[in-house]
Design a protein around this ligand. Structure first.
Ligand SMILES: [Zn+2]
Ligand SMILES: [Zn+2]
Length: 400
């Protein structure tokens, strides 16, 4: 279902002619502006709007489909008024659903060139022909910004890139994917990671191989916005879209199994405390009968030739220590534990899998995740693995 092809390159251009200064307005607690204030500011800047639209039309000469994101309904009307009438569609929250569908269809058939809208088309709208996006609305939300830009990143025949111009001075850098997150290391680059949950194309820091495939990324949670439920009709327009809850890195709650951000102290589902991995490590390091390794990698082998097979995982510490454990795939409980730990995080959590046999795992073992730390307890004759800490973030150094 999810298209794994490469998306079109976004080409971000700084607004050349003019920009609005939305930063002068005060924000509510969501970092958004009151419509009244925005309208007031925009009404003083009609010349700016006109100049921007003139530039948009000039640049649009070489473009197929242009989406313009306006700040308010009045603003959208003003913008549409500057554009050639027979080539322009205006879609607001008040546009009847049938009219909306018709306008979008005509846009997709290239009968219309400009689609002016007020954030109503940020989700659930897909028109690969969009190759120019003009942002004339303020947004402090990276998620919404990615959502807007995402409209133009779909591949289409003959499409080279998508021009993105931000006239609203949002200062959201498209090439600095998670604002506030410093670049994790010098060879990181922005990569596109599709959400297995909602299909949204996230832009995260990460690494690619020579073929451009994402081999690693540092994203935590999907930035996609989910459309509010359809049936609530007109009311839904005012509802804040919810962020997709799919997590690429997470801590599992030991009480309810809920998936939480790696920095969470309390489970968002059951509100109980989540053990801090640093405490877990500190406690284990104090114990004489415990062994803690910094895991530098894992190796797998299958043994026992029953139908589903047993899988042995060996964890390699950076100093050559080893710990191992095995999972019997003929036993549902063990299969379940393996899939929760490893299957769920398959391919950097980009393609979670439920494995049913050891052989199946061995075939694609290169994409299995390795934990950062493994804790085992001495059981007389062997070391029994007790904890595998994935997605570790804390005070201890990880394996080199
Ligand atoms: Zn998602
Ligand atoms: Zn919980």
């Amino acid at each position: 279902m999810i298209n794994r092809g490469f998306l079109t390159r976004p080409e971000l251009v700084n607004a050349a002619v003019a920009q609005y200064d939305f930063l002068a307005l005060s924000q509510d607690r969501f970092g958004e502006y009151a419509e009244k204030d925005v309208n007031q500011l925009l009404s003083k800047h009609q010349r700016v709007t006109r100049a921007i639209i003139e530039q948009v039309m000039e640049l649009a000469a070489e473009r197929e489909g242009v989406m313009i994101f306006a700040a308010t309904v009045d603003h959208a009307r003003e913008i549409a008024g500057y554009l050639p009438e027979h080539q322009t569609a205006l879609i607001t929250g008040a546009t009847d659903l049938n009219d909306r569908a018709l306008l979008i269809q005509r846009f997709k058939q290239r009968q219309l060139k400009y689609l002016v809208n007020v954030s109503v088309l940020t989700t659930g709208f897909d028109a690969p022909l969009v190759d120019f996006i003009a942002i004339l609305r303020p947004t402090q939300s990276v998620s919404l910004y990615q959502q807007i830009v995402g409209r133009g990143l779909r591949l289409d025949e003959g499409k080279q890139d998508c021009l993105v111009i931000d006239y609203a001075g949002n200062h959201v850098n498209l090439h600095h994917p998670e604002v506030g997150e410093p670049k994790p290391n010098s060879d990181s680059e922005p990569v596109q990671v599709f959400c297995p949950g909602c299909g949204f194309a996230n832009i995260f820091w990460g690494k690619t191989d020579s073929d451009g495939r994402v081999v690693e990324h540092y994203g935590r949670r999907c930035q996609g916005l989910l459309e509010p439920a359809e049936e609530s009709g007109a009311e839904a327009e005012s509802e804040r879209p919810e962020q997709c809850d799919y997590r690429f890195r997470f801590k599992e709650c030991p009480h309810c199994g809920g998936e939480n951000d790696i920095a969470a102290r309390k489970c968002h589902q059951c509100q109980q405390a989540i053990i801090d991995p640093d405490d877990q490590l500190k406690d284990a390091l104090k114990l004489k009968d415990a062994m803690v390794i910094r895991c530098a990698g894992i190796t797998l082998s299958a043994f026992n030739s029953n139908s589903d097979g047993k899988l042995k995982i060996t964890y390699h510490g950076e100093d050559g220590e080893e710990l191992s454990e095995s999972f019997d795939f003929s036993k549902p409980a063990q299969r379940h534990v393996f899939n929760k730990l490893f299957g769920r995080r398959f391919a950097n959590s980009q393609a979670p899998k439920v494995f049913s046999s050891a052989d199946e795992v061995l075939e694609i073992q290169a994409l299995l995740p390795a934990p950062d730390f493994v804790i085992a307890r001495n059981q007389k004759h062997y070391w029994q693995v007790q904890e595998r800490i994935f997605d570790y973030q804390g005070n201890y150094r990880k394996a080199y």
